[in-house]
Write a protein that binds this ligand. Structure first.
Ligand SMILES: Cc1cc2nc3c(=O)[nH]c(=O)nc-3n(C[C@H](O)[C@H](O)[C@H](O)COP(=O)(O)OP(=O)(O)OC[C@H]3O[C@@H](n4cnc5c(N)ncnc54)[C@H](O)[C@@H]3O)c2cc1C
Length: 500
C-alpha cells in the first residue's frame, strides 16, 4: 500500500464504493479518510452490472439495494454523505468530480475484465483533468500480482496455489492487527458544503442525495424477489458482521469438516453474497477463522477450520484465475471443449431450471435456488454435473442461469464452479461425473432436504426419494425422470472421447 501521507496535502476527495459496501476495514476508504480534507462517498448503479438478463439477479439486486441503504446511513452517521448515482460510470465519476471540485478520487480495484477496462478509461479521463487517482487492492487477502509459480507464471492448479497462498499469509504476517478502522469523527469524513449540494441538485446528473434515496428505492421497489425471508444471505454491513460472529462463536465452524456437505443443515457461513459485494472484508473472515483456531479444543475442530480456510482460498483461486486468464469469461479453458457436440435440448433445460426433471435431488436443489436465491455448494456441484453430463447441455447455459438467479452470483466463482463441474477448466482431473442418486443417498440420507423443497413428495418413502423410483400413483403431478442416468452418461463419455 503506498504511503500517501508523506506525499499529500489534504484535498477534497471522493471515495467510490464498488464491491466494498462497508465502512469498516476498507483499505481505500481508510486511506481516503486519512488524507482528505473533505470526503464524500459515491456509488454508481452501472447498467452493465445490473442487467437482469445477463449479469445480475433480482435476489442480488435486493441484497445490493438494502446494503446501499445501510451504507448511506453509515456515511450520514459519520457526518458525510453517500451519493448514489445511476448511469455510466465513465461519464458520471468525472462529472461528479467536476461538480464538487474534487481533486482526488479513491477506489478499491476489481478483477473482472469489464471493470478493469472501464476503470482504465475512467482513470485516464480523471488524470487528463489533472485529478489524482488512488487505487488499492482490498477484495482479496493476497494480491494476485504476488502469487506466482517459481517460473513467475500464474497458478493453474488449486493445490499448489493454496500452498503458496497460505505460505505468503504466514510468512508476511500480513493480517496481524490488520483490521482497519475508518475514523468515525465527522472532522475526518466531512460533508459537502451547501453550494456543492445545490450545484448537484441543479445539474443534469441523475443523482440521489436526499435521505429518500430514490434510485435505491426504485431498485428495491421494482424488484420481484419476494422471498428474502428464505434467503440465508442477509444484506448490509451489520448483518454480515452478525453472520460471521454467529458462524465463529456458535462453533458451527468447528464441525464444518463433515457438516458442510449436508444441505439440510445450516452448517456453512452463508457469507458468499457478503464477500462478493463486500459488506464484509476478506480480512475479517480470515481473522474470524484465526480466533476459532485459538479456541479450538481438538484436532477435529482445527481441521474443520482449516477446511473452511481452504474454501476462502478457492474464492481467491478463481479470482486469480479470471484476473490472469480473462478469456475464461468467454468459454472453456480447455479449448477442445469448443468442439463438444452439445445436445442443448430446450425442453430438458426448462425442466432443469424449473425443478421438474423427475430426479428429486436435482429438483430440490433447483427449487432452493429459485425460491431462496441461494443453493448449497454440494447441490451446485450435483446440478451442474447433471446439466452437462446427463442432459448434454452447454455449461454456459447453466452458468448464465445461475448468474440470473443467485444472490451471490459472482463471475469468477461461478465461472470457476461451472468449469470445474463441466471438466472444461484448469482442474487436472478431467472426467468427474456425479451420480445424483448416490449423491442424494450420501448427503441427504433421510431425504430431509428433498422433502423441504419438494413438499408434494413429503409422503414418499425415503428410499424411493433417494432412488427416484416413485410409482406413478404416488407421484401425482411430479414428473417421472426425464432421462436415464446410465444411458446418458455413457453417451456423454462417447461424445467426450470424440473431441480428444
Ligand atoms: C457450479 C457452481 C457455481 C458457483 N457459483 C458461485 C457464485 O456465483 N458465487 C459464489 O460466491 N460462489 C459460487 N460457488 C461456490 C460455492 O458454492 C459458494 O461460494 C458457497 O456455496 C457459498 O456458501 P457459503 O457462503 O455458506 O460458503 P462457506 O462454505 O461458508 O465458505 C466460505 C466462503 O468461501 C467461498 N467459497 C466456498 N466454496 C467456494 C468454491 N467452491 N468456490 C469459490 N468460493 C468458494 C465463498 O466466498 C464462501 O462464502 C459456485 C459453486 C459451483 C459448484
Amino acid at each position: 500500500m503506498p504511503n500517501l501521507k508523506s506525499k499529500m496535502t489534504k484535498f477534497r476527495s471522493i471515495f467510490w464504493h464498488r464491491r466494498d459496501l462497508r465502512i469498516e476495514d476498507n483499505i481505500g476508504l481508510f486511506e481516503a479518510s486519512k488524507n482528505s480534507k473533505t470526503l464524500v462517498g459515491a456509488y454508481i448503479l452501472d447498467p452493465n452490472l445490473l442487467n437482469l438478463n445477463k449479469t445480475t439477479s433480482e435476489a442480488k439486486n435486493w441484497f445490493l439495494g438494502e446494503s446501499l441503504l445501510e451504507l448511506q446511513r453509515n456515511w450520514e452517521s459519520r457526518g458525510s454523505r453517500l451519493l448514489i448515482l445511476n448511469g455510466d460510470p465513465i461519464k458520471l465519476i468525472s462529472k461528479l468530480a467536476n461538480l464538487i471540485k474534487a481533486e482526488c478520487i479513491y477506489w478499491n480495484e476489481n478483477i473482472e475484465p469489464y471493470e478493469i477496462n472501464r476503470d482504465k478509461q475512467i482513470k485516464n479521463q480523471l488524470l487528463k483533468e489533472k485529478r489524482k487517482v488512488y487505487t488499492f487492492l482490498d477484495q482479496l487477502i493476497v494480491n494476485p500480482v504476488n502469487i506466482k509459480t517459481n517460473n513467475e507464471e500464474p497458478y493453474k492448479v488449486y493445490g499448489p496455489f493454496y500452498r503458496k497462498w497460505i505460505d505468503i499469509i504466514n510468512r508476511t504476517n500480513l493480517l496481524e492487527n490488520s483490521l482497519i478502522l475508518v475514523p468515525s469523527t465527522p472532522a475526518k469524513i466531512s460533508d459537502l458544503g451547501d453550494r456543492e449540494i445545490s450545484l448537484i441538485k441543479n445539474s443534469d446528473i441523475n443523482y440521489c442525495i436526499t435521505k429518500k434515496s430514490q434510485v435505491v428505492y426504485n431498485l428495491i421497489s421494482s424488484n420481484r424477489f419476494n422471498n428474502s425471508n428464505l434467503c440465508p444471505c442477509k444484506p448490509g454491513e451489520s448483518n454480515s458482521k452478525k453472520q460471521l460472529n454467529f458462524f465463529i462463536h456458535s462453533g458451527i465452524i468447528n464441525s464444518y469438516d463433515q457438516a458442510r456437505d449436508i444441505p439440510s443443515l445450516e452448517s456453512t457461513s452463508t457469507l458468499s453474497a457478503a464477500l462478493s459485494l463486500g459488506t464484509i472484508s476478506c480480512r475479517a473472515v480470515w481473522n474470524g477463522s484465526q480466533i476459532s483456531k485459538k479456541n479450538a479444543t481438538d484436532e477435529y475442530q482445527t481441521n474443520s477450520i482449516d477446511i473452511w480456510i481452504k474454501e476462502l482460498a478457492w474464492r481467491e483461486f478463481y479470482q486469480n484465475a479470471l484476473f490472469n486468464f480473462p478469456e475464461l469469461e468467454k468459454g472453456p479453458y480447455r479449448k477442445k471443449w469448443f468442439n463438444f457436440p452439445w445436445g442443448n435440448r430446450t425442453d430438458w433445460f426448462e425442466a432443469w431450471e424449473n425443478g421438474f426433471t423427475g430426479i428429486p435431488i436435482i429438483d430440490a436443489s433447483m427449487r432452493q435456488l429459485k425460491n431462496s436465491g441461494w443453493m448449497h455448494n454440494r447441490c451446485r456441484m450435483i446440478v451442474a454435473s447433471f446439466l452437462v453430463k446427463d442432459l448434454l447441455i452447454d455449461w454456459r447455459w447453466g452458468e448464465s442461469f445461475f448468474m440470473k438467479n443467485l444472490v451471490d452470483g459472482d463471475l469468477a466463482s461461478n465461472n470457476g464452479g461451472w468449469q470445474w463441474s463441466a471438466s472444461s477448466g484448469m482442474d487436472p482431473k478431467p472426467l468427474r461425473i456425479f451420480n445424483p442418486f448416490r449423491q442424494a443417498s450420501k448427503f441427504d440420507e433421510n431425504g430431509t432436504y428433498i422433502r423441504k423443497w419438494i413438499p408434494e413428495l413429503s409422503h414418499i418413502s425415503t428410499s424411493d426419494l433417494l432412488s427416484g423410483e416413485i410409482i406413478s400413483a404416488e407421484r401425482k403431478d411430479y414428473p417421472k425422470p426425464i432421462i436415464n442416468h446410465k444411458i446418458q452418461t455413457s453417451i456423454f463419455k462417447e461424445l467426450y472421447s470424440s473431441i480428444n
